[in-house]
Ligand binder design. Sequence first.
Ligand SMILES: Cc1ncc(COP(=O)(O)O)c(C=O)c1O
Length: 476
Amino acid sequence: MNSILNRSDDSPTVDERHLMFDDLEKLGRILVETGDVAHSFIQGADNMDVTCRDFSAFDPSRPIPGQGRGALDALRAAKEEILPLLAASIGPRYLGFVTGGTTPAALVGDWLASAIDQNATGPEGSANAAVEEQVINWLCELGGVPSDTFDGVLTTGATVSNLLGLVAARQWCGEQVGVNVDADGASVLPDLEIFAASPHASMVKDLSIAGIGRNSFTKVATKPGSEETDIADLKAKLVASDARAKIIIASAGTVNATDFDNLDVIADLCRDFGAWLHVDAAFGFFTALDDRRAHLTKGIARADSITSDGHKWLNVPYDCGIFLTRHISVLETCCRAFAPYLDTKADGNSYINRGVENSRRFRALPLWMAMTAYGRDGIASIIRANCDQAANLAAWIRTHEKLELLSEPKLNVTMFASRGTDDENRALLQRINETGKVFLTPTVYGGRFGFRAAFSNWRTRDEDLVVVKQAIQTAL
Ligand SMILES: Cc1ncc(COP(=O)(O)O)c(C=O)c1O
């Protein structure tokens, strides 16, 4: 073994790369064994506890080993020490947040993306940028927006896509009044006003990151008992505004009540008041694939920018966000990264100039694999099935003597609570999750504490709903 422990300063340098070269020689076996470990985790997610409630066995403070033992040994350690402590978030009864699973083709695409390890910056000597371009076009088709008008970029998630929406909108607003925020900073546009009724928490965070301020938006009223923008209030606030620069943030699928704004009417207001329309459609974008609900996103093609996600309802692995805009050159103004060493003069889209990151994962590949493997119809069937499941759970709750819906589900989320107090509901949520059969997350809606069951996983089947209902019943 040509490695040395407790090396003194003058000891010879040791080349530990032999471990890596040994691993390279047996890479075929390593990949097969990794496939086996992954496969049993994925299969096991049907039956394992949905969340791990005690991971104290894992010691985050353990020091890094001086000497490694190679990939197979590390794989065994991960299998024994880490995998048993994880959540079955890939499985069918993890209904927390808005958590997509991973279709087999998307998983394989993601593995390939790691194996071939492209830095998906642009078209220099690799087709990765062309693949991203095709994937963006396909995503436009799925969401029902014209791909000859919209262009975009893949991001790490909807949070960053919302940030890009804000930054591009602010730049465009500045250009309308003859100032250049990109060059001269936000202070040259002091009279920017942002209007939002139900901005997602990520958008509020982005207001802070963009230097606008998380409290610096005009809160528009929502319709009674809903998260949908109250159009009369929005109009009144636009009329009252003397800001020269305006951004309206609308929702196509709010995270609790899955409400959709009337995008057509809001687009008319944007036209009349010279405002940029950003639509947060993190998961709602794909509603267009369910012909029973496609009307909900009507008008989305009139947006200036749209946020969506791959790692939610498209069921590709984390992380994968989507940003689309009809003003790609404005986005490129804000995000361009120029240096002589980056100036390769290659033809094609340079994604380095469209987002936050310079170095980027080849996120287009898992999307491409998923869309190639299952097509538009396959993806549509996930959307339809999950909406049916949310409706099925809601129907059971509606007739349950101890439970009540907090709102009627329009899409894939069922929000409910017991008829008890908030404290009783907090305890009930804990008991439901402690069954290990399902994972729900909390919310507050209409001033009440409740639970969200968000159906976003292609693997959820009717028999899972039976288990979910049993778990809730047991915990009551
Ligand atoms: C409407 C909406 N916007 C934005 C986000 C943030 O998404 P991400 O976690 O992918 O950044 C979410 C997450 O649930 C969401 O539901």
